[in-house]
Design a protein around this ligand. Sequence first.
Ligand code: ZN
Length: 281
Amino acid sequence: MAALRGQKKSADEKAAEAARHAAIRAQAIAATASLGVQAADGAGAIDIEKLADLLGAEIVYGDLDGAKARVVQIGDRARIIISKKIVGVGAIRFCIAHEIGHLLLKHYAQGDALGRAFKRQRTCSPLTSDGSEIERDACVFATECLMPTPLAGPMCQVAPISFDPVRAIASAFATSLQASAMRFVELTSERCAVVYMQRGRVLWAKKSPGFQAWIPDGRAVEPNSAASDYFDDGHLEASRVLPAATWFPRETHTKDATVYEHMTAIPEQAAAFSLLWLPRA
Ligand SMILES: [Zn+2]
């Protein structure tokens, strides 16, 4: 679920990726709809375990060295293995949906230790993605499957003065706060970003479509920010209203421009993420 990073993409590459993601989203909607998993009135969290079952995938919980989840396919049966170390229903649901994405999008790494051609498997860490195209594609699938645009979209057309819109998404779709915040940023027309930080440094940022400000990877967390509360003192949640230049020093701002920050800690990853909102002048 990482944002794009690394080298800049050309306009053609961006267009190709957007088209591929659109096709993946359509596949996610079709999968849930055709199987009748989504509640008839479109309300509520989808039963992701039932979807796995209907696709012939058994879900088991086990020890996975370092990884979060694995999918193994043998013939027309599949097994999704979720690490016992994953904390939280939302994170588990995201991993299951991500692995279903690999199955339906046919993302297999070939072979296993025994080299059996009929057995295919893939091991991954959907919550701390390696940023590869296949991993991002499976996350696009999982996001659309769990938080479909037609339902989540209207929940994002609000100004995030508080963290409430993100909580509302997490509660409606039984997703984690991080996945919900990232979905909010994808669908909102406000200028927002989710910034993911580990050990006091920015690892990546995911910005809303209308948000251009520069947030460099690797930058140390700003001392006055809400995120610094967690890295300094272990606060699990904090909100701040700060001068816009605190987070976006390179931008030119109007004199009283402010940025709203809501930080949520993820202690099991020694990490935190902040939802930033830069109101339009
Ligand atoms: Zn994966």
